[in-house]
Design a protein around this ligand. Structure first.
Ligand code: GLU
Length: 432
């Protein structure tokens, strides 16, 4: 039975790197019908915070990485103490007295340590380079390396899958397994994730919390698919892959050895792939809180169906749900803001005549539908003997405040005759 674990410390939010580690553990467990264990490494009682714990578990839940068992290291201090005592008895560890208390220190003996990493292959370390290791600190709390070994052994973890920032910890941990006489799990160290500008992914280069991506309107399935591609490929140049299919195809030994680059553009592309095929009703559910927050709709009463209609209008090109809030703002706001550059470029000249005539032809329509609106527009352009774009861009900017968006005739249709006329009228000089 395969047993893997994800072991976050609740001293910060779950970031992209942690999300990827969690994904590969969860995926491996599901691929092998094993167990995925969540171990909260909250030994640092000062830095560990309940709000981070909640944030991490919420994010894991949102990503869909359901765990089979959960443990808290803060509830297992006795176990670490017992194992430290055992090492003291064996003479593998010694006590060091400090003014704060007694620390338990592991004696490192000279030897070569080999790991056969499932991703990176054979790696050799020389314990000459490792100094004696603290097991239990003088305040009574265990160190990460020691608690990790006691727990990985105690929880029967078969595969330790973690970021390769932990690679230097692995030989120290192996020394502890050997001294305790415990079976050593297999190790798989996931390659580094780099920022777009090179260097380690950091907050500055986009390593924001998973919850921030959630808030920004990414779909969890898209983010998971993206995290998957960061270090693995389903083959045949496939990029969009359903997670259940990935479970069938995944193998830990096929994980990339080389560092991955976190590319926000690619993530946006991926998110769009999911957004455009997602059920508009589901997207509406997710958008309502964003629209409420933006103040574009009111809790007491809004037209859900209208939102769904608009979702369909934007869905094809949307990178994130948050973009919808910005791109579609003119459908919700009474007072739209017009992009100053666009205004200068397209509304700089006097359009009173053109806009006035267009309003008139819309008023005259017997049927106010997309086809009739387009026909009226084309007729007017012909009559005025001007190019289509000479009128299409100014109308779009006057109605939406932007230069890009869905088809203009659809925009007019869904804005309605009244709002269209009102917005265009603002650019008609009085007395004309
Ligand atoms: N708490 C450690 C971390 O968050 C876990 C490392 C491990 O998986 O062993 O980096």
């Amino acid at each position: 039975m395969i047993r893997v674990r994800f072991a976050p410390s609740p001293t910060g939010n779950l970031h992209i790197g942690g999300g990827r580690t969690a994904l590969f553990n969860w995926l491996y467990a599901r691929a092998k019908q094993g167990k995925f264990i969540l171990r909260i490494e909250d030994t640092d009682q000062v830095r560990s915070k309940k709000e981070y714990l909640d944030e991490i578990t919420d994010s894991l839940g949102w990503l869909g990485f359901n765990w089979d068992e959960i443990y808290y290291q803060s509830q297992r201090f006795d176990l670490y103490r017992q194992q430290a005592e055992a090492l003291l008895k064996k003479g593998a560890a010694y006590i060091e007295k400090t003014d704060k208390g007694e620390a338990v220190i592991f004696k490192v003996t000279p030897q070569k340590i080999q790991i056969n990493d499932l991703i990176r292959g054979q790696i050799e370390f020389d314990s000459q380079n490792i100094k004696d290791q603290v097991l239990i600190k003088s305040d009574g709390t265990p160190t990460y390396n020691f608690a990790c070994v006691v727990d990985d052994a105690g929880m029967n973890i078969t595969h330790v899958i973690r970021g390769d920032d932990h690679i230097s910890n692995t030989p120290k941990q192996i020394l502890f397994y050997q001294a305790l006489g415990l079976p050593i799990p297999a190790f798989a160290h996931l390659p580094l994730i780099m920022g777009m500008e090179g260097g380690r992914l950091s907050k500055r280069t986009g390593a924001t919390a998973i919850s921030e991506y959630r808030r920004a309107g990414y779909l969890s399935a898209a983010l998971v698919n993206y995290l998957l591609l960061l270090s693995w490929s389903p083959g045949a140049n496939r990029e969009v892959i359903d997670i259940n299919e990935a479970i069938k195809l995944f193998d830990i030994s096929a994980v990339n050895k080389t560092a991955a680059t976190f590319d926000l553009k690619k993530l946006n592309w991926m998110n769009n792939q999911y957004l455009k095929t997602e059920d508009p009703e589901k997207l509406t559910d997710q958008l309502i809180p964003l629209l409420l927050e933006a103040g574009y709709i009111k809790q007491e009463g809004f037209d859900r169906q209208y939102i769904t209609t608009l979702v369909k209008l934007f869905q094809e090109r949307l990178p994130t749900l948050n973009d919808f809030v910005q791109w579609a703002d003119f459908f919700f706001l009474d007072q739209i803001t017009i992009d100053p550059d666009a205004e200068k470029k397209f509304l700089g000249r006097d359009l009173s005549k053109e806009f006035g005539l267009f309003i008139q032809s819309l008023e005259a329509l017997q049927q106010f539908d997309i086809i009739s609106i387009e026909a009226a527009f084309r007729e007017l352009v012909k009559e005025l003997n001007i190019e289509t774009k000479a009128l299409i861009h100014p109308i779009r900017v006057a109605l939406t405040g932007k230069t890009i968006g869905p088809g203009l005739f659809e925009v007019i249709y869904y804005l309605g005759k009244k709002r269209t006329a009102e917005r265009l009228s603002k650019f008609i000089k009085k007395g004309v």
